[in-house]
Each structure stands twice: as C-alpha cells, then as structure tokens.
Design a protein around this ligand. Sequence first.
Ligand code: ZN
Length: 297
Amino acid sequence: MAYTVQVGAIRCHILSDGLHYVDGGGFFGLVPRLMWERVIEPTPTNLVPCDSRSLLIESDAGLILVDVGNGDKLPPKVRERMGLSERNLRLVGEIARVGYKPEDIDIVVFTHFHGDHIGGATRWSDDGGEQVVIPTFPRARYIGNRIELADASFPNERTAATYIADNFRPLLERKQLEIVDGPQRLATGVRTDIAPGHTQAIQVVWVESQGESLLFLGDAASWAVHLSRLAWVPSFDIMPMISIETKRRLRHEAMEKNALLVFQHDPQVVTGRLVAGARGPEVEPVLTEPAHFDASA
Ligand SMILES: [Zn+2]
C-alpha cells in the first residue's frame, strides 16, 4: 500500500515491495516468544510477516528512492520459502501508483546491501533471447556506503546468503554506483546519517523542511517495538550492543524534532511518533496497516 506524507515543503511517498515471512527469532533474538507474540502472532511454524518499505522523496535534486525491496531475481525455491508472490516487481507498481516510472528516478540510496533492501536495484531483462541483469532504474545514480559495499563484496559464512553480487555488480560495471563515506546531503532537506549496529555502516535518511522532519529508520529499528524497547535487538544485527546505542541516539534526536518515524519492516506500524512513556520514549503509531490487507495485491 502506498502512503503519501508531506514533510514541510517536501512530499514523500512510503511504498511497499510487499510482505515476506521470516522466523520470529530473526527479529526478536533473545526476547522470549511469550513476550514478542503479544506484538505479532507467529504462524504455526514460527514465521512472522515482514514488510519491505521504500521511501520516495520529491526533492529539489530530483526523485530520491530509498531502498528497493527484494526484486524479482530470487530463485523460485527461495521465493517460496519467503512466501513471496510470483509477481514481485511490486515496488515498480507502487511507484506507478504515485505517478512515476522507473526512468523518472534520479537517485537510489541503499541503506545497506542486504538482499531485501537492494534486490530490486537490478532486474532480469530479455536481451535477444538471453537473460541479462540490468539496472531497474536506468537513469538513476545509485548511492551506497563504502564499508557496506566491502562487506557485501566479501561476505563470510553468516552473511553470504543476503549479499548477492547480481544486486550491485551490474551497477558497478556500468559506473552507476557511487560509493560514499559517512553522512551525505542528497538535496535541500534530505540527508543520510550512519547508524551502525544492524550492519557496520547502515544509513538512515532524514527529511527536514519548515520545522518538520521524517526519519526513515531502515534496519536501525526495523519495527516500532525495536525503538520503544532498546533491548529488543534482532538477531540479524551483527553488532547488537552498538545497535542499542544507535537506537538511543536516534530516539533522542527524533524525540527532540518530533520526527515522523517510518518503520521499514513492521507489518503493522507504518509510521509513528515518540511520546514519553513509563520506561522512556515510546512509539505511538500514526499510520497502521489495515489488519487484513492483501499482501499479494
Ligand atoms: Zn532488512
């Protein structure tokens, strides 16, 4: 489902590449199931739904797209395991729903290089009977962090399944991937910040205009509950203790700015704002998904 939000003078669209399913232990790590199943009810095989949201920003530097979902290149077996539908260039459909085409995208920002965030950066194309991988957004300048690219290029046994060369190597070959270090200013009121924990150099994106702000958290806080409870750290995170400190810092900054928070993977809470709670700042949902929305639509 696509949602449009206005941040001061900047219009943003929250788009979805659809739901897939992951083991509850992935998102909730050491948290006992008895506690997290109050947040989301798992399937009988302990799976929980996971949304893949992107942010499309209408900036003065052009259209900026943050993350691009799973894409269509996953082998059928993997797709089946993740509960992904066949027609998964869903993000492109969502972009069309808000009035744009892939050719209109000027900048694509990768929060990090995991497959569920950059799989849609490239896609299969039929080149005279031969299947080749091409950039999904032909005119776009793709932006990724140097440390993230290094980790993705040389994965180890734990990370190999999520770092897939076809997602970024075709971009490098075409000189369409710009490698950056540290926080970046992408347009007036649009900037990235480094938020380590989930990976070494994951980026979050701030949109700020006329005293209003939006924070796209990526996997720095994948679900709203991860921000409300600092100790709830996904077992996906490679540096869990750092994740906690990153969340503490982002929470402080977001609270000060009364920022609208966008949760990338939360199947229920799309956006929220922080309010003072008994244990510190807590997320109060602003926009929630309809309970029975059709994930494959
Ligand atoms: Zn993720």
